[in-house]
Design a protein around this ligand. Structure first.
Ligand code: SF4
Length: 271
């Protein structure tokens, strides 16, 4: 079996948000990826790719559904996940979907949970790109008034997952917070909110991770240095520390991998 790293599939390069940090989604562009027209992946093509993988002697660390857009905009996302799980679960360590969850309505969450439950030994990770702990901050860093819709959808996911009657659940999630000028003051509140939410009822089954992430600036240089300084200053000022509890795991990005001195960037904080 050949180890082929990560397989990245982009169901669509459209997004329904315009986060200021996201260079590809600023202004409406008809093209991305060096001039290709934006669009939606054909589900038949996806099935053929999965069929080919199932017939081959390849194995991937994981399959991630996302690149420059938000995969939830593809109406066939749940079908694609279910097909990959049904046909080629043994070829992937896990499946991952990164989404802003703005339109991840309960019916769609149900279909994702049902797809997972058919092969519950294969982990599925949902990464929720949230970046805010209040509606005001959400508008500032995500460009749209959708904070409450996102909370409703993520809470529904936790509640629906909690109803799974399985001895072990590996339907996992990450609550992601990319620290930047518009939201740094809420980083601690974000950690506390998801810690408290996951502590309730059966919300904490599976693996739940709060990720306080560095902002990656496409242009690099002084803007990247400023983003790194803000991250490190905020971590110190708010005394943010990684920790593990049975219902939640809090992670910091200790290193800025794009820097030559990666490893020293966070002042040597223990993780
Ligand atoms: S939700 Fe993700 S893809 Fe969409 S604009 Fe924000 S960062 Fe970019």
């Amino acid at each position: 079996m050949r180890d082929c790293g990560v397989l990245q599939v982009e169901p669509t390069d459209f997004c329904n948000l315009t986060c200021p940090m996201c260079h590809p989604q600023q202004g409406f562009r008809t093209t991305l990826h060096g001039g290709l027209r934006k669009g939606f992946m054909d589900v038949g093509l996806f099935r053929r790719i999965v069929d080919g993988i199932a017939r081959s002697d390849v194995r991937f660390d994981h399959l991630i559904f996302q690149w420059l857009g938000d995969p939830s905009l593809h109406p066939g996302l749940e079908e694609m996940l279910a097909y990959a799980i049904d046909r080629a679960a043994d070829r992937f360590g896990y499946f991952r979907i990164d989404t802003n969850a703005v339109i991840l309505t309960p019916g769609r969450v149900d279909r994702i949970v049902e797809a997972y439950a058919r092969r519950p030994g294969t982990p599925v990770l949902l990464v929720f790109s949230i970046d805010a702990a209040s509606p005001e901050t959400y508008v500032r860093v995500k460009g749209k008034d959708a904070f409450h819709a996102v909370l409703d959808h993520v809470r529904y996911f936790l509640e629906r997952r909690g109803r799974l009657d399985l001895p072990h659940v590996s339907l996992n999630c990450e609550f992601q917070f990319v620290l930047q000028e518009g939201n740094h003051h809420e980083a601690r509140r974000f950690v506390e909110f998801w810690d408290e939410t996951c502590a309730r009822g059966r919300n904490g089954i599976g693996w739940n991770e709060v990720m306080i992430k560095r902002l990656s600036v496409g242009t690099g240089g002084p803007a990247q240095d400023a983003a790194d300084r803000l991250y490190e200053e905020t971590v110190r000022r708010l005394d943010l520390r990684p920790y593990d509890k049975p219902h939640v795991h809090v992670k910091l990005w200790e290193q800025s991998f794009w820097r030559k001195d990666a490893g020293d960037a966070a002042g040597g904080r223990a993780s």
